[in-house]
Design a protein. Structure first.
Length: 548
């Protein structure tokens, strides 16, 4: 059943094949959708061009379980982020996307057509139908919904040829709907605590530009006073910082933090500089203006969300939601009467590698809570060396402290290592790779050996990282469904981590539901492979309490 909403987001329709099920205002259609959801044990699978189209329906209170997002299915089929309706239509119909008609630009050379057919005689979507203003009126809304149904049916046919393609498309569609909900719910913030953290790093809230300049100078002085003779150094200029460090006897070729860290005790200016950088990041990226832009009057931090990053398929977020500095996590706190449930997948990429490669030895290692300790025992090395070796294998590093352990991995985990080599070889040739779930990851041919090797390292990791993203989304959606009766809401998806906001009375049940959701999702996603997935699940009041 397809859903379409007009460009003004005031009217919507539900269409089943050629039958109009419901049409009217947003509230009226949302109520019809909710009745259909509740009327049957097997709910309908809602089809739409993109999840953001149904944002007003979601805001009207409709809660949906199953969907097919035409845009996200296209991104799975074709790779990348580009997913305009005319491109989606062309790929689904087997048309050459490079010869689709040019879109209307609004200039004098556009041809007028008062009521164009949405599909041209050559099979492409008509440019006029891509204009948001075209999507007005019940007849056109019904037409647009039927076109979505047609595109979805063709996409399903294309994905049947890819192992796991159909369930992955369903999960990607659900993830896009979850992104709409994440934008709607927001991340709960303790505003007073956030203001304290910002003030500690950036100084008091500035009332004028002069106030901001004074706070900036005070931050700089905490470093410069430790480097006599270099008080005029611009700490935001790497060349000047290196000159200052050389001047006080710290000889470094690179001023990035991880290169400076070993010199922290060499001279007081290094320690101060590293602390300054943390404060500067909060002041410039997560300061007072950021707080005013992104944290609403309801004390919720909101940003844009995307179901895939255009590469291996990880979810992405704006407003700093995916890069909030660790000290600021103390300000992410449950609202009164609520708690947070935080769940973090453990050692997920090597466990995923065991599934996608079918390596039985690596699968046996996943039975342990600490996979790296088990691998260390199998390779007869210490845990740290084993961890470095496993990560090096997935990221294409062949030298360093784990080189010997990598050679042992070839003997202990031959299927996993061959899987990674095959993926790297494809990238080096400039050939696309496909993830376990069927996502196409295109690469461009390269002629320089260094560029070829870089592409090989990318594809080697992308087939693992992409599969891990697919498992994560399946888990998140399974948890979303289980949390709904508990009034639990997912408020953050961070790489391999879920953060759930739930009424205090339901916190224990929510934590159990998240655990059970992982087991169910992993079993379904892996088709019952003998690979164990684990998560650290904690009930907390503040996000900062998640780590010991």
């Amino acid at each position: 059943m397809a859903v379409a909403v007009d460009s003004a987001q005031q009217h919507a329709v539900l269409v089943r094949d050629t039958v109009v099920v419901a049409a009217g205002g947003i509230t009226q259609v949302a109520e019809a959708m909710q009745r259909l959801e509740q009327a049957v044990d097997d709910p309908p699978r809602w089809v739409w061009w993109k999840a953001t189209d149904i944002r007003p329906l979601r805001e009207a209170g409709v809660w949906l379980r199953r969907s097919w997002d035409v845009r996200e299915a296209h991104r799975l089929i074709a790779g990348g982020l580009h997913a305009e309706p005319d491109l989606i239509w062309a790929i689904a119909h087997g048309l050459d996307p490079t010869t689709r008609p040019a879109r209307r630009t609004g200039d004098l050379f556009d041809l007028d057509d008062d009521d164009p057919a949405p599909v041209r005689s050559d099979g492409y979507l008509a440019p006029a139908a891509l204009d948001p203003e075209w999507l007005r009126g019940e007849d056109r809304l019904c037409t647009w919904a039927r076109l979505a149904l047609e595109a979805a049916a063709l996409q399903q046919g294309l994905l049947q040829a890819r192992p796991h393609g159909l369930p992955t498309a369903a999960a990607e569609s659900g993830a896009a709907l979850l992104c709409v909900e994440l934008e709607q719910h927001g991340l709960p913030i303790d505003r007073r605590r956030m203001e304290q953290l910002i003030e500690a790093a950036a100084g008091p809230r500035p009332l004028t530009d002069a106030d901001a300049a004074t706070s900036r100078a005070a931050r700089d002085a905490s470093v410069l006073q430790r480097a006599p003779g270099f008080e005029r150094t611009d700490l935001r200029n790497p060349a000047e910082v290196k000159r200052m460090l050389h001047g006080v006897g710290v000889r470094v070729d690179d001023t990035r933090a991880h290169h400076l860290e070993p010199y922290r005790r060499t001279h007081p200016v290094v320690d101060a500089l590293l602390d300054w950088r943390k404060a500067e990041r909060i002041a410039t990226t997560y300061g007072w203006s950021w707080l005013e832009r992104h944290v609403g009057a309801d004390d919720r931090l909101r940003g844009s969300w995307t179901a895939c990053d255009g590469g291996a398929g990880r979810m992405t977020a704006g407003a700093g939601l995916h890069s909030l500095p660790t000290p600021m996590r103390d300000a992410v706190a449950a609202a009164p009467g609520h708690l947070l449930v935080r769940a973090d997948l453990g050692q997920v990429e090597p466990r995923v590698l065991a599934v996608v490669s079918g390596d039985q030895g690596l699968a046996r290692a996943t039975i342990a809570d600490d996979l790296y300790a088990e691998v260390a025992q199998q390779l007869s090395v210490d845990r740290q060396t084993a961890k470095i070796a496993v990560l090096a294998a997935m990221y294409g590093q062949t030298t360093g402290p784990a080189a010997g352990a990598l050679e042992r991995m070839e003997r202990s985990y031959p299927a996993a290592m061959q899987f990674l080599r095959d993926a790297a070889a494809s990238g080096e040739r400039g050939s696309a790779v496909t993830t376990y779930g069927g996502r196409l990851i295109p690469v461009s041919p390269a002629t320089e050996p260094a560029a070829q090797r870089a592409q090989g390292r990318f594809t080697r990791n992308a087939v693992v990282q992409g599969a891990a993203a697919e498992l994560f989304k399946a888990w998140a959606l399974t948890a979303r469904d289980a949390l709904h009766p508990l009034d639990g809401l997912i408020v953050l998806c961070l790489h391999d981590e879920l953060l759930v906001h739930v009424p205090r009375a339901h916190a224990d049940a929510a934590a159990h539901a998240v655990h059970e959701a992982l087991q169910a999702a992993a079993h379904h996603w892996s088709e019952g492979a003998p690979v164990r997935f684990v998560a650290d699940i904690r009930i907390i009041e503040r996000w900062s309490q998640a780590k010991d």
